[in-house]
Design a protein around this ligand. Sequence first.
Ligand SMILES: [Fe+2]
Length: 290
Amino acid sequence: MSRKSPNKKRTAAILIPAAALLLFTLPGFYAGLTVRRYSLESDKISSPLRIALLSDLHSCRYGRGQKNLIRAIQKEAPDLILLAGDIFDDKKDDAKTEELLSGISSLYPCFYVTGNHEYWATEDKYQKKMAILDRYGVHVLHDRMETVEINGSAITVAGLDDPDRALNFHYTRGGSLYEGELPQALAALDRERNPACFSILLSHRPELFPLYRETGFDLVVSGHAHGGQWRLPFLQNGLYSPHEGLFPKYSGGLFSESGTTMIVSRGLARESTPVPRFYNPPELVIIELK
Ligand SMILES: [Fe+2]
């Protein structure tokens, strides 16, 4: 009968937990593109339609010419695309965002609203980003709405500008974010909304859900929180997100409160973030409306 030596026991005591830790940790850093699906029903929709929601690309790369992201979108054959802000970045150049727009804008109607990072750029850089959107025929919604007919249903898309517009291109960390005209702009959009049309509010900031709940929009779509950046399976809904802090409530997913539904994308940012994602792969969100 053989007995394990103390040395072998000590080695096993180190190696087994280390291997377990490695097995848990490594898959967490997987950052391949994921498709996340939601389905909603409304009697304002006469035949089903499909929305692709893209948020927080931050001009990150998805293959040469953005082919991986463009292919994933084409595979889903959406009826319209919503771009929920921070599609550009204030520090990275605009090339990867332009490649994406070049690949999708002639195929699908695209609607865009600003995020904070577009306003964190200098005014000159911001104007260049707006010119790119204009060049590709993207519907830019600065506190305004458009109604489109899709598959026999009238769909209103309203865009609420990011509150950092109020910083007027003079971003200082810790600046006051929600003062200014945002509540009034939101109320004006709500008044203009035709209750007979299915209405979508496109707004970058999920933490403003208490304000959105006061409106009659059928659906709010948002981004910004990057899924809370680190997510531990089964334990919590993201570790940290900007403007919500630790353990954010609205970091990603579907939220229904007081009759309002909000879908928050975990976004597409990868190499632009100083801290890698953990159990939180970037996502293309597909919303089926029936
Ligand atoms: Fe953002």
